[in-house]
Unconditional design. Structure first.
Lengths: 357, 251
């Protein structure tokens, strides 16, 4: 096919339109940087932001530096990585299942991962449960916990994919399937609790709340080692997700292996969910909040939706965790409670307003 | 002989849909596939670019077996416009740019953008380039879908009932456009169609299907009152009206 290509290649409007989206990404990144500094500075001991910056970048030693490096920073970075990972996983699930109500939490994959992790901890002894709420669960073998969480998450994902194929996945059907999956795995977790001691029950319940404060530097390393490569893969597949958004038939006629992209996307987003749940417990609604806020602002184009969801997810969880540390200070709330307070109304709003697609 | 089908058969489970379909298409031809509902028109179209894999027979493009080609390789040769275009929150420009997917390696290049721009201008869509699909009319959406197919730089364009949801003006515009593109770029286009009069007005060749097989194929002369009566089970007359052949049901 022969085409006369225009001399001036891109419509001027399109360049400006792309610039707007890149600006949005840059703005999110800058905001995240600022929020990291602010979040590190607030808490039971208030550390002025300039001192935070000095400790972080100039390596100045002192009490403040100890608090920052040992307590605040792992927590803040865990919030960023987990928030980013859950949001980008939610965005990918919404695309590959072609269903705007999908997210690790609403589809029950978080609950499945939670059950798997609970099995690893109670049955296989991969962690210690104690009644001290500050340190309810010490994961001794993060690989075993993550593996069990991942296996359970994959079982849930397999069921979802099978049903998505047979019932052409109307959003409502998938969410109902998510309710069933969540109920099933929550029952499994409850079953484990029933055979645990009172202290252990308290600990498991506390653990399922979802809290970024329990991440250590080594937990953070594993989290990052899973979230970043998965996100890189998602970004490389951005055109495939755009093609899937146009419908399976169109995607395949564009040379995309729709089924392969769908299975890989679900597999990797379940992996992210599994590793976040293993280390931090169940944190709901980030996978729904992040992508939908971005959709409203810059549209559905996956080239920008995915990286923006990544950044906005990090911002949401970081802000939520910072608030969770402040609202009832000196009591530090688990962030999962707060995200549920924000997320559940949004979920209802999406249902009432009518989601797109 | 650009596109050649030989004995193509297809069945959903054990229920046969297509049985021994053979025909060939030259570049420069605009082919209409006609026949009643459920006769296998859309199935046939999907077998051409391996969206469905025929259980029997072969599809050759310039002598190469299409069914043995990889999905991206097929997409570089054949484009498909499905009956329904999803009105997502993507701009027209990005949607059309997506048609470069089979050619995109790591990222989009200036050439991809230039081709997209050229097609948008060719189809008079420049003014809509930055509008979201979910804010477009059915006719605009269909033009965007055709633009997306054209930036694939295909040699064969497949259209599944391209005018089924369009008003009269848009029907004429879309089919006129496809015919022009076919002539300009020497590609072949195949469409399934219910509207016999529209097909007679724009297509060069006709394939009349009956019970999963070809009843008649050829130029306008094969679309006779007898053939249509036999294929659709409705008595008709074919008359001349202002230089066009027109099918009028006699009921």
């Amino acid at each position: 096919m022969h085409l006369d290509l225009p001399a001036e290649p891109i419509a001027p409007g399109y360049a400006g339109y792309l610039r707007g989206k890149r600006l949005f990404l840059g703005g999110c990144l800058a905001l995240l940087g600022i929020l990291v500094c602010v979040s590190v500075s607030v808490g039971s001991v208030m550390i002025p932001v300039p001192e935070v910056v000095a400790a972080l970048f100039a390596g100045r030693p002192g009490d403040a530096s100890t608090i920052i490096w040992n307590i605040r920073l792992p927590r803040v970075l865990a919030a960023c990585v987990a928030g980013a990972g859950l949001a980008v996983a939610g965005g990918v699930m919404q695309s590959v299942l072609r269903n705007p109500l999908s997210s690790p939490y609403t589809l029950g994959i978080s609950h499945a991962a939670g059950f798997g992790a609970a099995v690893a901890i109670t049955v296989f002894g991969a962690g210690t449960l104690s009644a001290h709420l500050e340190d309810a669960v010490v994961v001794r073998n993060p690989y075993l916990v993550t593996l069990c969480a991942f296996v359970a998450a994959m079982a849930a994902t397999g069921a979802l994919l099978a049903i998505a194929r047979t019932r052409s996945s109307q959003p409502e059907v998938m969410v109902l399937v998510g309710v069933a999956v969540a109920a099933l795995f929550t029952a499994g977790t409850t079953f484990l609790q029933y055979f645990s001691s009172a202290d252990q029950v308290a600990a498991i319940v506390f653990w399922t709340f979802g809290d970024v404060g329990r991440a250590s530097w080594s937990d953070l390393a594993v989290l990052t080692a899973v979230v970043l490569p998965c996100t890189a893969w998602f970004l490389l597949s951005r055109w495939d997700y755009n093609a899937l958004d146009a419908g399976d038939e169109t995607a395949r006629s564009l040379g995309v292996h729709a089924e392969r992209v769908r299975v890989t996307g679900m597999l990797l987003s379940s992996l992210i969910t599994a590793v976040v749940v293993s280390f931090l417990g169940i944190i709901g609604f980030i996978g729904l909040l992040g992508p939908h806020m971005v959709r409203r602002l810059i549209g559905d184009d996956q080239r920008f939706l995915l990286p923006a969801s990544f950044l906005v997810g990090a911002i949401i969880l970081l802000v939520s965790d910072t608030l969770a540390r402040l609202v009832l200070a000196p009591v530090v709330l688990p962030v999962g409670i707060l995200t549920a307070f924000f997320g559940a109304p949004l979920f209802l709003y999406l249902i009432v307003q009518g989601y797109r697609r | 002989m650009m596109l050649e089908l030989d004995g193509v058969g297809f069945g959903y489970r054990s229920h046969p849909v297509l049985d021994g379909v053979s025909f060939s298409v030259e570049p420069d031809e605009f082919v209409a596939i006609l026949g009643p509902n459920g006769v296998g028109k859309t199935t046939l179209l999907r077998c051409l670019n391996a969206l469905l894999r025929p259980g029997a027979g072969s599809v050759l493009l310039d002598g190469r077996e299409v069914l043995a080609m990889s999905r991206p390789a097929i997409a570089r040769e054949m484009a498909y416009v499905s009956q329904r275009t999803e009105p997502t929150r993507m701009t027209a420009f990005d949607t059309v740019l997506l048609g470069r997917r089979p050619h995109i390696g790591f990222g989009i290049t200036g050439r991809d953008l230039a081709i997209t721009e050229a097609i948008l201008r060719r189809l008079d869509l420049s003014a809509l380039a930055l509008r979201y699909l979910d804010e477009m009319s059915g006719g605009e959406l269909q033009k965007v879908a055709i633009a997306r197919a054209l930036v694939q730089e295909p040699r064969v364009l497949l259209l599944d009932e391209p005018t089924s949801s369009l008003d009269l003006k848009n029907q004429l515009e879309i089919l006129g456009l496809v015919r022009e593109i076919v002539r300009e770029h020497r590609i072949a286009a195949l469409m399934t169609m219910h509207d016999l009069n529209l097909a007679l007005r724009f297509a060069d060749r006709f394939i009349l299907m009956k019970e999963g097989a070809i009843h008649a194929a050829g130029g306008p002369e094969v679309v006779t009152a007898e053939a249509i009566g036999s294929v659709y089970g409705v008595p008709v007359t074919v008359e001349q009206c202002r230089g066009c052949r027109v099918v009028v049901p006699c009921v």
